[in-house]
Design a protein around this ligand. Structure first.
Ligand code: MN
Length: 307
């Protein structure tokens, strides 16, 4: 659901420094009907584990007939993970899926060699829309495989001192998400009550935190909406302090060793793969299938390196 060509060629090399905290400003943008803050990728920060894209969407008011209003567009080589804290949206894809999503539920679409989808309003929701969409790069073992979609209406939760953690993907302690994961990564929603919270981490996993509402202090840095706090490798725990009720997402993963190239909505390895995918989308040759949507498919010019 990138809103346009966002050239960026990642070298995929992880920062291996330990106990860093590196706070970068998100880039403001607009996707469909919503303002977004793009926390990843940013200059100098392409990946956190296999996580390669993080958009914090809203909060912004929605009035029918408008909704998310993200028209049909293609993806390759990645999973899209959609998570709402407020509002409703409707996912449609070229597999024939039509799946509403509400707060607390997870939509996870696997693109593999190609899928198309739209993200729309539910006919009658009026109010704030607030959430996040994240992408996870698929490894070579599955990135040329078939597309897939899964919806999880409930996810495991862990009661911590000062917070409730919801495990979107991967594992936190004994709590394991049922969501598909093709690499060793984790995504956790943290509902912070206000006060101190400590989470056990893995020292072989690099982590990053975004705050959706409120604020959280980590290592004497205050992380607010519009920041990505990269936490690096080598931590066996993290302590978060919040003065008010706050909401955050913690993502992490074992450093992704494959070179990743991203352009528009494609995650690939080479420019040629991206050219081939975009040619298929623009000529509608069947690779991406059709989305049953009243919105017109999104078409963008080819990448700058196309001949
Ligand atoms: Mn998308």
């Amino acid at each position: 659901m990138s809103d346009g060509p966002s050239p960026g060629v990642g070298d995929g090399s992880p920062t291996t420094e330990s106990h860093v905290i590196d706070i970068t400003e998100s880039r403001p943008g607009r996707v469909g009907a919503l303002p977004v803050r793009r926390a990843l990728p940013r200059r100098g920060r392409r990946l956190v584990g296999a996580w390669c894209f993080i958009d914090h969407m809203g909060p912004a008011p929605i009035e029918p007939p408008r909704g998310l209003d993200i028209a049909p567009h293609p993806h390759t080589g990645l999973q899209t993970l959609t998570w709402l804290v407020e509002g409703e949206a409707l996912h449609r894809d070229s597999l024939g899926t039509q799946q509403p999503i509400r707060p607390g539920e997870l939509n996870l679409m696997t693109a593999g060699r190609g899928v198309a989808h739209s993200e729309e309003g539910t006919a009658n929701y009026r109010g704030e829309l607030h959430g996040a969409q994240l992408w996870i790069a698929q490894p070579s073992a599955t990135r040329d495989g078939p597309p897939a979609f899964e919806h999880h209406a409930t996810l495991p939760q862990v009661d911590l001192v000062g917070a409730v953690a919801t495990v979107l993907v991967g594992r936190l302690g004994d709590a394991v998400s049922p969501a598909r994961h093709d690499t060793d990564h984790v995504g956790v929603d943290l509902s912070l009550h206000g006060g101190d919270t400590t989470l056990a981490l893995r020292d072989d996993v690099e982590y990053a935190l975004i705050v959706l509402s409120g604020a959280a202090r980590v290592d004497d840095h205050v992380v607010e909406p519009g920041h990505l706090a990269y936490l690096g490798l080598g931590r066996d725990e993290i302590r978060l302090t919040s003065r008010e009720r706050s909401r955050a997402l913690l993502v992490g993963g074992v450093p992704f060793e494959e070179p990743v190239m991203m352009w528009w909505n494609y995650v690939a390895r080479t420019r040629q793969e991206i050219l081939d995918a975009h040619q298929s989308w623009m000529t509608d040759d069947g690779r991406f299938g059709r989305v049953d949507s009243t919105l017109a498919r999104i078409e963008v010019p080819p990448p700058p390196w196309a001949g």
